[in-house]
Design a protein around this ligand. Sequence first.
Ligand SMILES: C[S@@+](CC[C@H](N)C(=O)[O-])C[C@H]1O[C@@H](n2cnc3c(N)ncnc32)[C@H](O)[C@@H]1O
Length: 353
Amino acid sequence: MVALTSLSPAPPRPSLTPAAPRRRPSPRGRTYSRSIRILRAATVEDAAPGADDYHSTVRSLNSRGRHVPRKSLGQNYMLNSKVNEELVAAAGVEEGDVVLEIGPGTGSLTAALLEAGATVFAVEKDKHMATLVKDRFGSTERLKVIEEDITKFHIRSHFIPFMKEKHHATEKPAKVVSNLPFNVSTEVVKLLLPMGDVFSVVVLMLQDEMAVRLADASIQTPEYRPINLFVNFYSGAATRVSNRLRQQKKEPEYKFRVDRENFFPRPKVDGAVISFKLKNSEGYPPVAPKTFFSMVNSAFNGKRKMLRKSLQHLCTSSEIEAALHNIGLPVTARPSDLTLDDFVRLHNHLVEV
Ligand SMILES: C[S@@+](CC[C@H](N)C(=O)[O-])C[C@H]1O[C@@H](n2cnc3c(N)ncnc32)[C@H](O)[C@@H]1O
């Protein structure tokens, strides 16, 4: 039986010493990793119906022939129903909410969302898991399962009509709650954050390291990257009041760490839950996102270079120096010295040149 550890609060984040994988010889003389051994052993276990613990997860996986979790699809299933409940609570899901869930897997988080009274639109890439989750909740009208790859799926054209139908006349925005496959998390974050007209809150289980980088990276640190500017552009408090509000409540919010022992099979890294409050377009900085992020990416291509050098394809270095001077920054500034507001002002000065 795998040991489940409880949720760990966000700060401080103690470092964990990963347990050495236990191995035992297989009947054919090969060795199985611990997770596969657990999968085999559990087929004979009796699980409490409906409980999303280790036994029921494995039972679901075995229900239509033995299904070995696929690493390429980031199939690390949640064993701890408490974590699912915390994910649902982090998004403030309530009766009547419409929620997008990416990768329902065995449906353990889906069950917690339905239990909270939500209507769920679930997108699952694995045909086997999509069928499994459809079978599990077959009779409810509060669930739609689509077998698709979220990175290729046109969310707007499928989700908005569903949301309108389920919300009837209300204008209430939807939410996203998901235990994401770690391998597509950056792509999914980039896909979802600019959708503030559809979603108010996005709560995701990510790799802990990524959640920390998104929530904590500040200027003049090596972790500060274009993705942090992207996150601040599309989520958090509106720019005009951002600095003051951010001091009151950090955005995005790192909610809690989830030890790797809570997943099956156990990944090599811990997970963490992060919450983004999406802005709608009135809250975006006053720039065209396409040209703005093209400038930001160019600036960070030469991360250690001064902006007067790395942005030379846009303007002459003296024009860049003048723009930096005009916005109150040293002419020798590097990209990691600039906040989102600084970049916006620099962009607008350079565009006007
Ligand atoms: C980390 S598991 C989470 C499963 C379940 N929600 C849970 O908490 O146990 C990720 C799930 O996402 C699915 N998945 C992987 N890549 C996907 C993609 N590109 N689009 C949609 N689903 C995907 C996997 O098949 C798997 O079911």
